[in-house]
Write a protein that binds this ligand. Structure first.
Ligand code: UGA
Length: 459
């Protein structure tokens, strides 16, 4: 039997909405609060604002039962034992996270509080935010004994967010009191004792049978650092393999073989060793800058992070140069673009490397025909349709009569294309693949000029 906890989740963005519906899925009573009335109305009426696997099904399952949507933070605070803050922490001009939304939410909680509450940071925040939350509460006259602050960072990836949430590698709870640690433990109990996985309609995870999740209790400061350090480490892995890929190209080695060879070492691991066009998204670029700022504030020169960022930015230019090298001149060339999102399985284009590369191609006077299974509408807001760029509904129309095809996002659909059809559609069978979706030997057999990342090109 699930011991229900009444929960408010403030912010219905990526992290907030997924967390809210997953808490309902675990059996708790959830109020998801957002100050955007239109969004709340949409969610109440069955709308789903983001493209995410299993999200529509879970929203349908729990709407108006385990989860309700509201604009009333004060009321939600009074009705809940635990309040998760999952509002945006955008990057400010100097690189640090802008925490004004967090502060506004905490002030409102302080004005509404009427009994002991646990306030949880779910948004990615710099170390010591827990201390600031505590101070803001006290400045509003709330006594220490009436609340606790916990850091419970989220490690979900866009595209697999629901499954990541319900099948986590670990749950980190940075709590400085036993009462708050116990309450968080109760919330996650169905996945730490494994009972959730026995349910017939449980969301599937990567392992069968699913294994119970591990919960790690730390101090609040450590939990805050764990979040930033995890993202920084993953970004470092990507910049590392991108640098190795460049070296492989220079000496005719194959980075896929190299990544496999190093990833088999248990101390390194095989994940996040795919080279490409550089990392993007709403997390890695922003979190790296924020983590560097945190270190700077403490007088620590974390140079490695700056280098990770630099390699990432150069990687996009390297890829653009590959396109140029494959086509010689660019002005007036018609190029098919496959992929706009920052990675496959998402409609998110925030900090997408694809957009940076498109910008460079447009600047050089190319004519682009782009396709993405989910991100087109968002991309149109950045690059509206014009004589130089238009958007089509399928990859073969994009390829039709193009001088070359460029792959920028790792959608599975792009790895499954009918190569003979593609070859016929293109004016010249040239593919420059920024995601290594194809085997060069196969591409040679199919008569393509195929240029990828960190592997010998085939002609
Ligand atoms: C990332 C982390 O993976 C999550 O653990 C974390 O919770 C999340 O940020 C966050 O802080 O909210 P996400 O940004 O959704 O998740 O996407 P990832 O799958 O990590 O990919 C990030 C970028 O790295 C993408 O552009 C992707 O294409 C690129 N990437 C990833 C590579 O170039 N190579 C790889 O091997 C893996």
């Amino acid at each position: 039997m699930v011991k229900k906890v009444s929960i408010a989740v403030v912010g219905s963005g990526y992290v907030g909405l997924v967390a809210a519906v997953c808490f309902a899925e675990l059996g708790h009573d959830v109020i998801c609060v957002d100050n955007d009335e239109k969004k709340v109305e949409m969610l109440r009426n069955g709308g789903v604002p983001i493209h995410e696997r299993f999200l529509p099904e879970l929203l349908d399952r729990h709407r108006n039962k385990g989860i309700v949507f509201s604009t009333e933070l004060g009321e939600a605070t009074r009705k809940s034992e635990v309040i998760f803050i999952a509002v945006g922490t955008p990057q400010s001009d100097s690189g640090h996270a802008d925490l004004s939304y967090v502060e506004a939410v905490v002030s409102e909680i302080a004005r509404s509080i009427d009994s002991y509450k646990v306030i949880v940071e779910k948004s990615t925040v710099p170390v010591y935010t827990n201390e600031w939350v505590r101070r803001v509460m006290e400045r509003h006259g709330v006594e220490r004994g009436h609340f606790d602050v916990v850091s419970n960072p989220e490690f979900l990836r866009e595209g697999t967010a629901v499954s990541d949430f319900l099948h986590p590698d670990r749950i980190v709870v940075g709590a400085d009191s036993e009462a708050s640690a116990a309450l968080l433990g109760r919330i996650y109990a169905p996945i730490t004792d494994g009972s959730y996985y026995e349910r017939e309609a449980a969301v599937p995870g990567p392992l069968t049978p699913a294994t119970p999740a591990t919960i790690l209790y730390t101090s609040a400061q450590s939990a805050e650092i764990i979040k930033h350090a995890s993202n920084a480490f993953l970004a470092m892995k990507i910049s590392f393999i991108n640098s190795v890929a460049n070296l492989c190209e220079a000496v005719n080695a194959d980075v896929k073989e190299v990544a496999k060879g190093i990833g088999l070492d248990g101390r390194i691991g095989p994940k996040f060793l795919n080279p490409g066009v550089g990392y993007g998204g709403s997390c890695f670029p922003k979190d790296l800058a924020a983590f560097r700022w945190v270190a700077e504030q403490q007088g620590i020169d974390f140079k490695l992070l700056a280098e990770v960022e630099k390699i990432n930015s150069v990687q996009k230019k390297n890829f653009f140069n590959k396109i140029r090298a494959a086509l010689w001149t660019l002005r007036g060339k018609r190029i098919a673009i496959l992929g706009l999102a920052f990675k496959g399985d998402t409609d998110d284009i925030r900090d997408s490397p694809a957009l940076d590369i498109i910008k460079m191609l447009l600047h050089e006077g190319c004519v682009l025909v782009a396709h993405d299974p989910a991100a087109t509408e968002r991309a149109k807001e950045v690059f509206p349709e014009s004589a130089q760029i238009r958007y089509v509904d399928d990859p073969y129309s994009a390829a039709s009569n193009a001088d070359a095809l460029v792959i920028l996002t790792d959608w599975q659909q792009f790895a499954d294309l009918d190569l003979d059809r593609l070859n016929k559609a293109l004016k010249f069978p040239i593919i420059i693949d920024g995601r290594n979706l194809y085997d060069p030997a196969l591409m040679l057999e199919k008569n393509f000029t195929y240029v990828s990342v960190g592997r010998p090109a085939v002609y």
